[in-house]
Design a protein around this ligand. Structure first.
Ligand code: MG
Length: 298
């Protein structure tokens, strides 16, 4: 199953889909509001509201899908197509990103392969959606895309054991960790944080949908490619990650509570090269679809 966040002029609608079949989950929840008392406080729920109020999202979603498919009158919730999509999580409380989590990328950027996870933050305000423009800021001299598997947290995780960690995952999506490389390098030389170089507006395209774990048999064996104007630059497999998802969740949650909707960007493989204004960037991850964005002068 997949969840999507679809644009609507009166506010986003959440869709629930499997294969090519999509249903308007927002309409379904509103119709059954007495079964979902939390809806009284959130009559037009965002994906964050949904995650916060359904810690057992996979089981709940499978029940909703079943009902929307089978019950009389349920066709009312069917969606021919969800239309324009927004980032699945518009404003996570935080985005924790991994530096140098693929050995070949660490080497190409002249860094040692790390002995423990290298964590940094991207500002939630940098999030943009599928099809949105990536703004190339005036004054930045080198802008790089980085394709990454993003893990979305489903329930509050504090000091979680590795063995339990995967039960805290709501699903997966694609994240493009856009980086102002010249800014990052000059700040590194000054021993400043990477925060600014990673957090300009639109530097965090995410999407196209949130794919639930029933459709991702093994998140550590997904082919991924990043292409620019149709030419492949990055090609790897998530199996090449140095630190795997359970260890990342256990490590991060030992320092800070992971909230529903929080995003872990698991790092990028080798093949980094700069973007120019006008470029079309396409990030593909097996089973998660393609995230497409164009670079415009910003
Ligand atoms: Mg990255």
């Amino acid at each position: 199953m997949q969840l999507c966040n679809a644009y609507h002029e009166s506010g986003p609608r959440i869709g629930l889909g499997q294969g090519d079949q999509w249903f308007n989950l927002s309409a379904y929840l509103a119709r059954h509001v007495d079964d979902f008392p939390w809806m009284y406080a959130h009559p037009r729920p965002t994906m964050l509201d949904l995650l916060e109020n359904h810690p057992n999202l996979l089981a709940d979603a499978s029940g909703w899908l079943e009902e929307m498919r089978s019950k009389t009158g349920s066709r009312a919730f069917a969606w021919p197509a969800p239309g324009r999509l927004l980032a699945p999580i518009g404003r996570p409380t935080k985005i924790v990103a991994l530096g140098r989590n693929y050995a070949a990328h660490a080497q190409e950027s002249g860094n040692e392969v790390p002995q423990e996870p290298v964590l940094f933050a991207k500002a939630p305000s940098a999030v943009c959606g599928p099809g949105d423009d990536i703004l190339y800021p005036a004054g930045v001299k080198r802008l790089d895309p980085e394709i990454e598997l993003a893990v979305v947290i489903g329930r509050r995780a504090r000091r979680v054991e590795e063995a339990e960690a995967m039960t805290f995952v709501a699903g997966y999506t694609i994240l493009n960790d856009i980086t102002a490389r010249d800014v990052q390098r000059s700040h590194q030389e000054k021993k400043w944080p990477w925060f600014r170089s990673k957090s300009y507006d639109t530097f965090c395209p995410m999407g196209p949908t949130l794919v639930l774990p029933d459709e991702v048999t093994d998140p550590h064996n997904l082919n991924l490619t990043l292409s620019v104007n149709g030419e492949i630059r990055q090609r790897s497999n998530t199996g090449m990650m140095i630190f795997k998802i359970p260890l990342l969740i256990a490590t991060i949650s030992s320092y800070m509570t992971l909230e529903p909707g929080d995003v872990i960007a698991t790092g990028t493989p080798e093949g980094i090269a700069p973007l120019n204004v006008g470029n079309l960037v396409e990030c593909f991850i097996e089973g998660l679809g393609t995230l497409q964005n164009r670079v415009v002068s910003g």
